[in-house]
Design a protein around this ligand. Structure first.
Ligand code: OOB
Length: 550
């Protein structure tokens, strides 16, 4: 079959090699679940709220839901936007889509109407799946379906609210028909579309195949020592690449472990869950790890079941790295990954200083890592440069983004990660900074241009630059530096502009934390490519000891 339009397949030579090496095993996600359900039918697979499903139960539900999806007109390769909180039904829906051959588009519950509409339109999605117990989420799904003609169905999880809208179906209704075993999709097909953190105005979709993704999942599970005794607590948004596959939910289900979905990441919710379910593994972003270590130091909950605490998504400081084993009583593993592919781990038997001071090394011996200067010349080990990578589970192109792909992939297929790193002689990477126009707000990624475009839509905003400012808790926060124009109406205040951006229908974490007004932005050359220089100059104001915008 010809590849999905808009997807850049791996070059045949490399694909052949990854198969010969046994990395790609022609296994689909649906087959992974089936294999675990055959080996461990009675073990608990998923716990979420009141739901506690064994592997056999999960597998049977997935067959029923997949059958319902197909009977409702969802076909192989159709795209379906999934925006669900951390519930057991998320796992059911996503595996049902995998088995039907349809492609989940992994939105976050934080995403709002503008973002969901964009994902649905770019993916020409046929359906959206949202939490039926959240009236605002249902309204958003209806608004998306009204705006994007390809969206024919709205699927609601949870105790569904009644709706007269013929497009609305409850997940439970989908399960009504007798289940059939559907043929598994080919493993070299695109399995889903993940979201990029983005640095340009329009967030990109990342196509991952069954073959490439499951290689990273199996190896992650092995590197992290997962097995049938693993109890994995998922506190980060479930659709994000880190809790999904590093080794995450998929790694735990591959290993015969149990996945526990936490409805929110607070210690108040999670510590009792750790105690009750004897949780062994958890993945955190640095700000959460700060909150957890503080709570554990003064808390009374029994966290002694913890075996591994992973921290990633943003840089973990050496101080935090030292505090984690002391207060949470389990070793730390640093994880430096990206939805586009490459994932680095410190290893469980690494010396303390490697775990504390580095972000680890790649999963695969065939992850090719280059650290280069501005002219793409390799720099020596220990020197800082741009990280480029190519390998058995790193994409060769974003979905439907030819122009962008020409810029962020080298002619020989290396992905320009936008991260600045040092590679040490032992192969471990240290993340030093970023060349991409992104704010990493405690692991949540914000594309500067996306928010600038929203600000500039305000009638009184002439220009805006959105930059990162240091923050002791989140690592970075976003600051919008704004030039106003015109004299009509009162000038907007910082609060007005924040409300304006929120009102444009974007996730809360993208609303600028701070807004500064200036008379002019630094002069740079004309044209788009110089926006990066402008942002760098503005970011410099916040690092300088005295700020003088004049
Ligand atoms: C993970 O994935 P994304 O796609 O949300 O973000 C990727 C970017 C990286 O390019 C880097 O800029 C930053 O997030 N990042 C880190 C980091 N881990 C990710 N920066 C410094 N230190 C780290 N440990 O964030 C992600 C995907 C899979 C596993 C873990 C994280």
């Amino acid at each position: 079959m010809s590849p999905l339009p808009g997807f850049t397949p791996f070059p045949p030579e490399r694909a052949r090699r990854y198969r010969e090496l046994g990395y790609w095993r022609s296994e689909s996600h649906g087959a992974l679940l089936r294999a675990s359900a055959t080996t461990w039918p009675d073990r608990l697979a998923v716990i979420g709220g009141a739901d506690r499903w064994t592997y056999a139960e999960l597998d049977a539900r997935v067959d029923a839901t997949a059958t319902g999806l197909v009977d409702n007109g969802v076909r192989a390769r159709d795209r379906v936007v999934v925006a669900l909180p951390n519930t057991a039904e998320f796992v059911e829906v996503v595996f049902a889509l995998f088995r039907s051959g349809a492609l989940p588009v992994f939105a976050l519950p934080a995403h709002r109407e503008t973002e969901l509409t964009h994902f649905a339109a770019l993916g020409e999605a046929v359906a959206v799946v949202v939490d039926g117990t959240d009236p605002a989420a249902v309204d958003r799904a209806v608004a998306v379906a009204d705006r994007v003609p390809s969206v024919r169905r709205i699927v609601l999880t949870g105790a569904t609210v009644g709706s007269s809208d013929p497009r609305v179906t409850g997940l439970a209704d989908l399960r009504a028909a007798p289940p059939r075993r559907l043929p598994e999709p080919d493993a070299d097909e695109v399995a889903f579309l993940q979201l990029s953190g983005g640095s340009t105005g329009i967030p990109k979709l990342i196509p991952r195949t069954h073959d490439d993704y499951l290689y990273s999942v199996r190896e992650s599970a092995r590197i992290c020592g997962l097995g049938p005794d693993t109890v994995q607590l998922v506190v980060l948004p479930v659709a994000h690449n880190f809790p999904m596959s590093s080794p995450g939910i998929l790694g735990a289900l591959h290993a015969g472990g149990t996945v526990v979905l936490a409805p929110d990441p607070s210690p108040t919710t999670c510590f009792p869950l750790i105690e009750a379910e004897r949780v062994t593994d958890v993945a955190l972003v640095p700000p959460l790890a700060l909150v957890w270590t503080a709570a554990a130091a003064s808390g009374t909950r029994d966290l002694s079941s913890l075996r591994l605490v992973q921290v990633g998504g943003a840089k973990c400081t050496p101080e935090l790295a030292a505090r984690i084993p002391q207060t949470l009583g389990a070793p730390l593993q640093q994880v430096f990954g990206m939805a586009e592919g490459l994932v680095n781990y410190t290893r469980l038997d690494d010396p303390d200083d490697v775990v504390r001071l580095t972000q680890g090394r790649p999963i695969s011996p065939d992850d090719e890592v280059r650290v280069v200067d501005d002219e793409d010349r390799d720099v020596p080990d220990g020197a800082e440069g741009h990280l480029l990578t190519r390998g058995p589970y790193t994409i060769c192109g974003y979905y439907r983004a030819d122009e962008h792909n020409a810029r962020v992939f080298t002619p020989d297929g290396f992905y320009r990660t936008g991260d600045r790193v040092r590679r040490l002689a032992d192969g471990n990477l240290v993340v030093e900074g970023r060349a991409k126009d992104q704010i990493n707000r405690g692991g949540d990624k914000i594309a500067a241009e996306e928010i600038e475009d929203h600000l500039i839509a305000h009638p009184r905003v002439h220009d805006a630059a959105v930059v990162a400012v240091h923050d002791a808790f989140l690592g970075e926060r976003s600051c919008a530096v704004v030039v106003l124009r015109g004299t009509e109406d009162p000038a907007p205040s910082a609060a007005d502009l924040r409300a304006f951006v929120r009102g444009r229908g974007v996730a809360d974490f993208k609303v600028p934390d701070r807004v500064e007004f200036v008379d002019a932005l630094p002069a740079t050359g004309v044209g788009k490519t110089h926006r990066s220089d402008l942002r760098a100059a503005v970011a410099g104001w916040f690092r300088a000891p005295a700020v003088d915008h004049a």
